[in-house]
Design a protein around this ligand. Structure first.
Ligand code: ATP
Length: 735
């Protein structure tokens, strides 16, 4: 199939760029399609075939990452998402679904290196055999394996409770609550692949959005989907959802919490109305031949008419302007000594006035075109505007919102601003493209930003062109720049996901939210706008909520949108953390809140978690941990991050400080708990748990998250006394 696709692609590209526009665009479409198919076929190389089902009727089926048929259309391999593959994940001895044996195949390249059977035909088996059957060996081999720094797919070992979630209906909102390590992330990713496979028609055009907690996490999971065979998926954080803004400012938790509060929707709405306020006193507009006056009544009438038009602010401006220009034209006619004038004359006068500089200036002041950025900067840097727009907040709260204006070249946006920008964009609406192009109303910096975005686009096109040429082996004979100019028109080369990423108003076919407990009410308003059909999968753990504006119950989050219409599933088995470690984490749960229960671990390792003092023992402990092999993380209080990061990175070869791709690939990384959200490591060393506990209002959740990141070994290093639940850890002397 690869050879055939490669030949098809070569054929299309060899035709060159001539012909009519339509010919070219058809060729481009085919080239894009073949290149994508080729990439997909290369991505399934590892464990292409991982299972076999032997049926009671003596037929067999092979299960794999994708489906394959031979030239006579005989099925060679069944895609894991196909309905006939379902027994591979669901059949049990009690309900064998027509299957007598399920075989897991382990392969290296094209060689089978092991098989592992579940016998589902129970004749001749003891009760004990029956109780333990369910692909345990394959599962245990998979979860006990060393971690690579990237999440792997689990198509070969999906468990029955997970399979039910993966194949659940497309429509409606599905909430999956599950403790740490229960596979929420991995199940959500497989669900995306399953839905795109099963509902290709519906979803490919609209795409699927997957939201994760931070960029490191997205790097951690991004390879899982292509290896499952999907490309119409946009991975993003909530902070990246507003095109053109990259939040980089860290703010105080109280400020973030307030900005996530749903009262902010009212604040933004009032800030927009503030831009439409008209003065009580009349305004005089001096022109060459006469002076015109706009009195309070005329202004009020124009404003009310614009408001009643129910258009967005920027769109309603036309209504406002037209009303005022009419009033001005009538006055001008009077002053020019014309008695009654007809509609045509009025229209001429109006158009003359429209281009008069003093008139333009007055209209701009009265109802200014406004971008979401301008609105929020104007609001948060002016006490007066805040007093007006945020009158319902307390004085102390308004103080939290007040900020210095942006400095040239400096970062200004924080993650919690993003849903506010989105809210503002909804109310402000688009600015007429002709006005935008004229650009005069834009601040110089914004014009520069628009130019930079254009250049960035050009660079992205070029990079893509190089990639295609390399993939197709044509890079020696074709110049990437020429290729980009000829083949990559405005839109052609964009996948659904890329188009969606650049469009704030894109409506996705399905939205998956991971670590959903962290989203604030304002975040949810934005996310819901991206999914008008409310076809969503929401996965999270209320015991892990760290964000001050995060969720305390799923009902509280969802009832405002889909009251009584969402369904809940739970995952109860922890595939990551061994029982010895989970016992320690579970002891911390009562500090998080009443009534929470920990998931049960699927395996024991015999490795007991330990504690050691003082903090100076950290470097030798990291060295010893690295020597044991695998990947290690040191999880520290936010306030110690830089200092301890620098110390460990300087003393331990291969160790890195802080999040990012480097942290995923390093043998040891020093991270805050927030950086480690959703990730896992072979060994974890938690530093100063008492400080992690005290550092934020949700410190207990942070500590719980930290203690559940390890797949093998856990240590705690401290100088400050240990919190009570950790007091009985086995003491270790670090030499
Ligand atoms: N059926 C399975 N087969 C093999 N490995 C699995 C299976 N289910 C989960 N795992 C593994 O368990 C680990 C935890 O999964 P995942 O990260 O999805 O959990 P999570 O519920 O999102 O955890 P957290 O809430 O702590 O971030 C991963 O390494 C994942 O690959």
């Amino acid at each position: 199939m690869r050879d055939r696709t490669q030949r098809q692609l070569d054929g299309v590209l060899a035709q060159g760029g001539g012909g009519t526009h339509q010919n070219r665009s058809e060729r481009d479409t085919f080239a894009g399609m073949y290149a994508e198919r080729l990439a997909r076929l290369w991505a399934v190389e590892n464990s292409l075939c991982f299972g076999r089902l032997d049926n009671a009727d003596h037929t067999s089926l092979y299960i794999g990452r994708i489906g394959l048929a031979d030239d006579e259309q005989r099925r060679l391999l069944i895609d894991w998402r196909a309905p006939v593959a379902q027994p591979f994940y669901r059949a049990t001895p009690a309900a064998p679904m027509g299957v007598t044996r399920r075989r897991h195949l382990q392969t290296k390249g094209r060689t089978v290196i092991g098989v592992d059977d579940d016998l589902l035909d129970l004749d001749g088996l003891t009760d004990e055999d029956v109780a333990t059957l369910n692909g345990e060996a394959a599962l245990l081999a998979s979860i006990g394996a060393r971690r690579t720094g990237r999440m792997r797919d689990i198509v070969a070992t999906i468990q029955a409770e997970q399979d039910r979630i993966i194949r659940s209906d497309l429509s409606g909102v599905l909430v999956v609550q599950g403790g740490p390590g229960t596979g929420k992330t991995v199940v959500a990713l497989h669900r995306a692949a399953y839905l795109l496979y099963t509902h290709r028609e519906k979803l490919a055009r609209r795409g699927v959005l997957i939201l994760g907690p931070n960029l490191t996490f997205l790097r951690y999971i991004e390879q899982v989907l292509p290896s499952l065979g999907e490309t119409d998926v946009l991975l993003s954080t909530v902070g990246e959802l507003y095109p053109g803004v990259t939040p980089a400012v860290r703010e105080r938790p109280e400020t973030a919490a307030l900005k996530g509060d749903e009262r902010m929707a009212q604040v933004v709405a009032r800030a927009v109305r503030e831009r439409q306020r008209v003065p009580r006193k009349p305004i005089d507009i001096k022109l060459d031949r006469y002076t015109l006056r706009l009195d309070g009544r005329t202004l009020d009438a124009a404003r009310n008419r614009a408001a009643r038009s129910r258009r967005t602010h920027n769109e309603a401006r036309a209504v406002f302007v037209r009303h005022l220009l009419n009033a001005l034209a009538r006055q001008a006619a009077k002053q020019l000594g014309k008695g009654m004038i007809d509609d045509d004359e009025l229209a001429d006068l109006r158009e003359d006035l429209r281009t008069e500089q003093p008139v333009k200036a007055a209209l701009n002041r009265l109802w200014p075109y406004t971008t979401p950025q301008q609105l929020l900067i104007g609001l948060f840097t002016s006490r007066e505007r805040l007093d007006y727009a945020a009158a319902e907040l307390s004085a102390a709260e308004r103080e939290l919102l007040l900020r210095e204006p942006p400095r040239k070249g400096g970062d200004w946006w924080a993650e919690s601003d993003v849903p506010l920008l989105d809210e503002a964009a909804e109310l402000l609406g688009d600015i007429d493209p002709a006005v935008l192009r004229a650009g005069a109303w834009m601040a110089e910096e914004e014009q520069a930003a628009a130019r930079a975005a254009e250049q960035e686009e050009g660079r992205a096109q070029l990079a893509y062109a190089k990639e295609v040429l390399e993939l197709t082996g044509l890079s020696d004979i074709m110049d990437a720049e020429k290729f980009a100019a000829r083949h990559l028109g405005d839109e052609f080369y964009l996948t659904t996901a890329e188009r969606a990423a650049g469009d704030r108003t894109w409506a996705f076919g399905h939205v998956i939210v991971d670590e959903a407990q962290e989203l604030s009410p304002m975040d949810w308003r934005m996310v819901m706008r991206r999914c008008p059909t409310r076809s969503m999968t929401i996965v999270g753990d209320l015991a892990q909520t760290a964000a001050p504006a995060g969720a305390r119950s799923w009902g509280q989050v969802l009832d405002p949108y889909v009251a009584g219409r969402w369904r809940a599933e739970s995952l109860t088995v922890n595939y990551r953390t061994p029982a010895e470690l989970m016992a320690v984490a579970a002891a911390v749960l009562p500090l998080v809140g009443p009534g929470l229960s920990a998931p049960s671990s699927v395996r024991e390792t015999g490795e007991r978690p330990w504690s050691a003092s003082p903090v100076e023992a950290l470097v030798p402990a990291v060295r010893a941990g690295v020597a044991e092999g695998g990947r290690l993380a040191v999880l520290v209080p936010e306030s110690f991050k830089d200092e301890l990061g620098a110390a460990v990175a300087a003393a331990v070869p291969g160790a890195v400080s802080g999040p990012g791709t480097a942290a995923l690939d390093a043998s040891a990384a020093v991270l805050s708990v927030a950086d480690a959200k959703g990730l896992e490591f072979d060994t974890v060393i938690v530093v100063e748990p008492a400080l992690i506990l005290d550092e934020s209002p949700r410190g207990a959740s942070d500590l719980y998250v930290a203690l559940t990141r390890a797949t093998q070994r856990l240590g705690v290093i401290h100088t400050t006394a240990l919190p009570e639940p950790l007091a009985r850890l086995e003491r270790r002397r670090i030499a």
